[in-house]
Design a protein around this ligand. Structure first.
Ligand code: ADP
Length: 255
């Protein structure tokens, strides 16, 4: 059995008096594809944001590939991580957001190239080649010099995926990446995620309301309810065979 690539150990998160996550324990294996489902406000995005180092846990540990995201060792003691530590761990984690977050003043090729060159200090020609390959892979090889404003929502989301893949992350995070798209554009984006899920051996965590899609690609599904993992198992166990009433009620709204 390989070591988990991601470990949550009794992770709690509060915003002021509001307890949003109440003791999350979770192991994700290196190539595992995990879908996170649950009602609005249950804490799904907060989990993703903590993995992306955008939000700090109130207590507990999040460990990615053996490195504690939020704590570092200093003189034999574990202390709060500094910016340098956070920058380093961020390099292992790719994220695709609901609202694309592309740089509007850069071509789509430049969008893909900028982080590996400026953050990871990689060789520009290598990065250019890899970026072109990835844009080809998501079906945008003929749009390298277009600007984001010239693309459809589905195309922008595919650029965002290529940009994340160029960084060669150990984990890819997808936070409701189809929910801001017109319905006719959802399919092309899911198709790219399906391709990544079936062919790449990185771990993936997806927050999604697409239950059939989760059934198709997820090795594991977590049902988050009021800040706890209320149910977890294979996609079929959770989506098709669970007897948890809250989960049943939730699924009825989406299927
Ligand atoms: P989900 O993704 O499942 O809809 P979220 O993780 O976005 O849930 O939010 C969980 C709860 O945390 C919600 O009640 C939300 O209002 C609250 N919350 C999230 N971020 C913040 C914040 N920065 N400040 C205050 N409350 C927040």
């Amino acid at each position: 059995m390989s070591e988990p690539i991601v470990k949550f150990q009794d992770v709690h998160k509060s915003f002021g008096d509001v307890k949003v996550l109440k003791g999350i324990n979770l192991d994700i294996k290196p190539a595992e594809k995990v879908a996170v489902i649950g009602p609005s406000g249950s804490g799904k995005t907060t989990i993703i944001r903590m993995l992306m180092t955008l939000e700090e846990p109130t207590s507990g540990d999040i460990i990615v590939d053996g490195t504690n995201l939020w704590k570092m060792e200093k003189k034999g003691e574990m202390v709060k991580a500094n910016e340098k530590h956070l920058r380093e761990v961020r390099g292992d984690i790719g994220m695709v957001f609901q609202h694309f977050n592309l740089f509007p003043h850069m071509t789509i090729l430049e969008n893909c190239m900028t982080a590996p060159i400026h953050v990871k200090k990689e060789n520009k020609e290598d990065v250019r080649k890899r970026s072109i390959q990835m844009l080809d892979r998501v079906g945008l090889g003929d749009k390298l010099n277009n600007y984001p404003s010239q693309l459809s929502g589905g195309q922008k989301q595919r650029v965002a995926m290529a940009r994340a893949l160029v960084m060669r992350p150990k984990i890819m995070l997808f936070d409701e990446v189809t929910s801001a798209l017109d319905p006719e554009l959802v399919g092309e984006v899911l198709e790219v995620i399906r391709d990544i899920a079936k062919n790449d051996d990185m771990a993936m965590v997806l927050v999604t309301h697409e239950m059939d899609f989760a059934l198709d690609i997820a090795d594991k599904v977590l049902f988050l309810d009021e800040g706890v993992i209320a149910e977890q198992g294979t996609a079929s166990q959770v989506i098709e065979h669970s007897t948890n009433e809250r989960l049943q009620e939730f699924l009825h709204r989406f299927r």
